[in-house]
Design a protein around this ligand. Sequence first.
Ligand code: PLP
Length: 364
Amino acid sequence: MNHKTELSEKVEHFVRPEIRALSAYHVPDSADTIKLDAMENPYQWPEDLTNEWLEVIRDVELNRYPDPGARVLKEHLRESMEVPNESEILLGNGSDELIQMIMMALAGKDKVVLSVDPGFVMYKMIATFMDMPYVAMPLKEDFSIDEAKFLAAIKEHQPAVIFLAYPNNPTSNLFDEQTIRNIIDAAPGVVVVDEAYHAFAEKSFMPMLKEYDNLLVMRTVSKMGLAGLRLGLLAGKAEWLNEFDKVRLPYNINILTQASAEFAIKNRHVLDKQTQQICNDREILFKELSQIENITPYSSQANFILARVQDGEADRIFNSLKEQGVLIKNLNPAGGLLKNCLRITVGTAEENKKFLELFKATLE
Ligand SMILES: *Cc1c(COP(=O)(O)O)cnc(C)c1O
């Protein structure tokens, strides 16, 4: 038997079958492309702000471990994200890490994770890592939650945790507030309202933390312009968060992230202005897309637009744009309600214009 076969047999023997069955989270190579695939803010900081930030970074002691509790940063975030005084805060290396911490603390063969389909892919992915059963209730055609069916699923599965992205990714809509309230009331475990796109939406469950013991609100700085920092926030009752904190690896928020995020929050007006620009450009992009024959864009409360193209055309359009240097997200392979759908992150005005130009050309 040659060495290679022996090694693959060993890997097969020791690596969990559910992990071997996964394909690694694929991040496409994006050098020299117009990147409209990952919901990033397309803007950098003005030069004087960058210089100020470099001055702050100069004094950071890289030889020391960071503050393990990131106390100063937490207080800045509490104020900036309007976390109620009575709520505790837990920070993660991106909100992806918070999703992982929640599931690590709750895991078990009979601990069901409940969400919706189409929904954010990491919920299912991390449930698989943790060997937790994952149930996703199909959304209706208009991407709203089928409340009766969802409440029935809660009754049947008694989920340990429910994840709802608000606005939802990849459908960009806000679910009905009363529906979510009814879900929180019916849930036996915790309900995580994931507000990754809060900066672009007009509503939030943050103030509702005061009303519910089993509600947790999650935020991230990624989509508002700081994706490179990897910083997410979970707010809710100390009783829950103190338990989740036990599975957190020490120093998960590195010293450069702590210093940079504090600096960014102090200069929030710059990010807020960029967010406003993105919202304006989103409306322009939406209008332009609606005017194209056979294209149906969905109205968005986030920094991306989901658009349905003609049956069987999504793959071709996606590949053609990619060859011409514009990277968007092709959701057609996911199937179901996402069949024939493409997701376009709102870029700069010029990027959106370039996208529209090439997009229209591929339709001719
Ligand atoms: C992007 C995204 C996240 C992950 O954000 P990070 O903080 O960058 O890990 C979480 N939830 C939803 C719904 C997202 O779209």
